[in-house]
Design a binder for this molecule. Structure first.
Ligand SMILES: [Zn+2]
Length: 214
């Protein structure tokens, strides 16, 4: 289990930098992805500026520890353990856990689980297939995925409007299932390169979503 301790002033610390991450990635532990953890780590280590990646397999955390282990050889990259939970209302991401929430997987249960361990709950691609759309308004999630690499421009802009009207942070993730899709979008975060700092920055809104150029 990843525990996230509360610390104060973390984002006022002058040493805080802007870092860039892809917060929605599937590895081979998702039945529909062919991305090997080693490939993800190699690509992250080689990338010019994206140095943070969240492993968010479908209803599985089996890829998290393997990926973190491989990444430990590179001090300048960070893997955030996570999961994409299939709730009856739509997909949700939990960042900052290497364990599954207890069932049932209703959105409010996933939100409560995330809060109980200091993780972050995010509504994934709300206006795409398996997205919860405006139902998201019913749940006390920490953030909305406003830029998803597999969503249309209009679905992403609807997601952005949703986040804005709920007063929530907007994250970005490629939703990559194959290597060519990795890092297609990124979120810029004002945080230090550790899980606790990144999660806290997302909750506080020190995050912006961008298409990855070049
Ligand atoms: Zn996904």
């Amino acid at each position: 289990m990843v525990t996230v301790k509360e610390t104060s002033n973390i984002n006022r610390d002058k040493t805080v930098l802007s870092i860039y991450g892809d917060f929605h990635i599937h590895t081979i532990y998702s039945a529909d992805s062919i991305i090997q953890p080693k490939t993800l780590v190699d690509m992250l280590a080689a990338h010019k500026f994206i140095k943070v990646a969240a492993v968010t397999d479908h209803d599985s955390v089996r890829g998290c520890n393997a990926t973190i282990e491989l990444a430990s050889a590179y001090p300048d990259i960070l893997i955030i353990p996570g999961v994409e939970i299939s709730t009856p209302q739509g997909d949700m991401l939990v960042l900052g856990t290497d364990e599954l929430p207890p069932k049932p997987w209703m959105p409010e249960d996933v939100v409560d689980y995330a809060k109980s361990i200091g993780a972050v709950s995010i509504v994934a691609h709300p206006f795409r297939e398996y997205g919860m759309g405006d139902l998201a308004r019913n749940y006390k999630v920490d953030a909305i995925e406003v830029l998803n690499g597999g969503s249309s421009v209009s679905a992403n802009s609807q997601a952005k409007e949703l986040a804005k009207s709920m007063g929530l942070s907007g994250t970005a993730g490629s939703d990559a299932h194959q290597v060519s899709e990795l890092f297609s979008v990124n979120a810029k975060i004002d945080a230090n390169l550790n899980v606790e700092s990144v999660l806290k920055a997302i909750k506080k809104g020190f995050v912006s979503a961008h298409l990855t150029k070049g």
